[in-house]
Design a binder for this molecule. Structure first.
Ligand code: ATP
Ligand code: MG
Ligand code: MG
Length: 355
């Protein structure tokens, strides 16, 4: 049995483990805070479910392992400065940006990037944490400790947000899932739908961009690219060198989930173009208590992460992949009263995409 070590034991690590079972792959998520050491064998592959980690006995041991797949990619993509520099170097479209240097002033950022400027911490941000808006030229200031630690981006007046999850094998062959349409509220992903016929004309552009990036990095495994759709074009928002929340629908909607695809790539098993079933939707469960009634909704596939529930924390998701959009609509109708009222926006948005 092949054993694969995963740096990180959050929900992504757990779902990788789950996906390894049918293939008899022994996936071992490792808690990044652990001060233990682990019995890694020289031939066993190491992968990660996150792009950054603290220095602990566990992470030092895993990161020093010669078979850590994509080890060099993590520092490049974990820092928005090097990530955006890479996107620019490859000539790919992204929101105009610059580094916030020691002597950068808010005025100079507005002059270069426009009225609305979004500061993003270079490292450690997720779910919209680590962001700071400068919206009122002359009034809003750059926080003191953000100099050299942040980039500044032009606000993009996008039509909507989409992402693509792709995979690349050791032989350089790339495959992709169809574009996913995503709803983010206050920086947190709340819902996804894929595939959508009306996005199909953007698929080639998305695949070209992500292929260029994965080839340049000589990347092996699953990578996600978050984009803004502006008219008929995509701008890259950010990249994740791992399985991604916007690809969770593939657990229900494709013959190979993103988790299995990543494992296959990492251990050198065959990759193929995933065969996608019907249009899937995913509802993220954020800061909400578990409700077993969700399981009574036709078609609902619940993943509950078993984490302590805290406001704004991702604690689970529900996938649907029904053969008929009207069945999905009916399922979402049934789900609605079982969720806090704040989910109305998400369910309305999902239903509107299925019309
Ligand atoms: P994630 O949890 O996806 O890793 P994150 O905290 O790394 O999120 P981003 O993806 O960079 O942050 O931004 C979060 C959200 O903020 C985006 O999905 C989008 O809704 C909004 N956003 C980010 N950059 C811009 C921009 N330049 N203009 C307008 N909105 C933006
Ligand atoms: Mg991010
Ligand atoms: Mg993001």
């Amino acid at each position: 049995m092949s054993r694969i070590w995963v740096l990180g034991a959050g929900q992504l690590g757990q779902m990788l483990k789950h996906a390894g079972m049918p293939l008899n792959l022994d996936v071992r998520p490792v808690d990044i805070e652990s001060e233990d050491t682990f019995p890694l064998q020289a031939h066993e592959k190491v992968t990660a479910e996150r792009e950054q980690w603290p220095e602990t006995a566990a992470t030092r041991q895993l990161a020093a392992h010669p078979a850590f797949v994509n080890l060099n990619t993590f520092p490049i993509l974990a820092d928005r400065y090097t990530q955006k520099s890479l996107i620019d170097k490859l000539g790919l479209a992204t929101a105009p940006w610059q580094l916030v240097e020691t002597d950068t002033s808010a005025e100079s950022l507005h002059e270069a990037l426009g009225e609305r400027v979004l500061l993003k911490r270079r490292t450690g941000g997720y779910d919209g944490r680590g962001q700071h808006w400068l919206r009122e030229p002359g009034r809003d200031a750059i926080p003191d400790d953000w100099h050299t630690q942040a980039i500044a981006e032009q606000a993009i007046d996008f039509d909507e947000e989409a992402s693509i999850v792709g995979m690349r094998g050791e032989d350089g062959q790339c495959y992709f899932y169809p574009l996913t349409l995503n709803l983010h509220v206050d920086g947190i992903l709340l819902g996804s739908v894929s595939p959508l016929a009306r996005l199909a004309h953007l698929q080639d552009e998305a695949e070209r961009m992500l292929t260029t990036l994965m080839n340049d990095l000589d990347y092996v495994g699953v990578m996600a690219m978050e984009c803004f759709r502006v008219g008929d074009h995509l701008l890259i928002n950010e990249l994740a060198p791992r399985v991604h929340n916007s690809g969770h629908w593939t657990q229900a909607g494709a013959n190979i989930s993103q988790f299995e695809a990543h494992l296959r790539a990492v251990v050198g098993l065959p990759l193929i173009a995933p065969s996608v079933k019907n249009t899937s939707v995913m509802v993220n469960l954020v800061g909400t208590e578990r409700n077993d009634d969700w399981l009574s909704v036709p078609g609902a596939e619940l993943y509950w992460y078993g984490k302590e529930v805290r406001p704004g924390r991702k604690v689970g998701h529900i996938n649907f992949c029904l053969s008929n959009p009207s069945d999905t609509q009916a399922a979402l109708d049934k789900l609605e009263p079982m969720l806090p009222a704040s989910y109305g926006i998400v369910l309305d948005w999902l239903r509107s995409q299925l019309n």
